[in-house]
Design a protein around this ligand. Structure first.
Ligand code: PGA
Length: 246
């Protein structure tokens, strides 16, 4: 089933979250025909989890730490997220990599921890503009995936991957569906090489300036098995249009 995920980033207080969800749920019909995921900030997760109970809409976090507990000031563990109903975590988002300096090694440890805890990670990968211009897109994506999945290749079927070109995130300039499809095909081949049994189980999502006006252009390609939506997910009606764009 295709996955349409909202990444709210650092937006919405608890009361704004309540307001959003009560509006959004009015638009949700047949949630069983697609997987719908909301990833609010940490402070809103508990209340969002309560409001989403029994609706079929899933809850995810935007980040996590890999240790279960301990002296890690400011961090949030996977058992904490699991107890409040998170079934997904976004790992290695480009803003985590480039603003907060998250390394491939850290991302790998987070993925290992998600698998141990039984939370499904969405691993984000994508090239910067200078990589694309230098013809390095496939190489960069391949390196990110190989390092992220190092040592856990046998569990790739329990991970989804979002291809998000860095130059398309929050810029209003999405990749063309054709360029996205080319990278999605490449990722599919790569993960098939890493683990043939993962075929058909790891979904490849596209992210980067997805809007209600362009979502169907992506979703008409079978290689695009979902979307990770930032800015356009902040309004419940706009996100609902994207969810039902296919
Ligand atoms: P955007 O963000 O839709 O605002 O481009 C996507 C993302 O960062 O996941």
């Amino acid at each position: 089933m295709r996955l349409i995920a909202a990444n709210w980033k650092m937006h919405k207080t608890v009361s704004e979250t309540q307001e959003y969800i009560s509006k959004f749920l009015k638009f949700v019909e047949h949630p069983e025909s697609r997987e719908i995921l909301l990833c609010p900030p940490f402070t809103s997760l508990y209340v969002a989890g309560k409001l989403l109970e029994g609706t079929g809409v899933k809850l995810g976090a935007q980040n996590c730490f890999y240790e279960k507990e301990g002296a890690f000031t400011g961090e949030i563990s996977l058992p904490m997220l699991k107890e409040i109903g998170c079934s997904y975590v976004i790992v290695g988002h480009s803003e985590r990599r480039h603003i907060f300096g998250e390394s491939d090694e850290t991302i790998n440890r987070k993925l290992v921890a998600c698998l141990e805890e039984g939370i499904r990670p969405i691993l984000c990968v994508g090239e910067k503009l200078e990589d694309r211009e230098a013809g390095m897109t496939f190489k960069v994506v391949e390196t990110q995936i190989r390092l992220a999945l190092s040592g856990i290749e046998e569990h790739i079927d329990r991970i989804d991957i979002a291809y998000e070109p860095v130059w398309a995130i929050g810029t209003g300039v999405p990749a063309t569906p054709e360029d996205a499809v080319a990278v999605h095909r490449f990722i599919k081949e790569l993960i098939k090489d890493l683990n043939p049994k993962s075929e058909g189980k790891t979904r490849i999502l596209y992210g980067g300036s997805v809007k209600p006006g362009n979502a169907s252009e992506f979703m008409k390609h079978s290689e695009i098995e979902g979307l990770l939506v930032g800015g356009a997910s902040l309004d419940p009606e706009s996100f609902a249009k994207i969810v039902y764009s296919f």
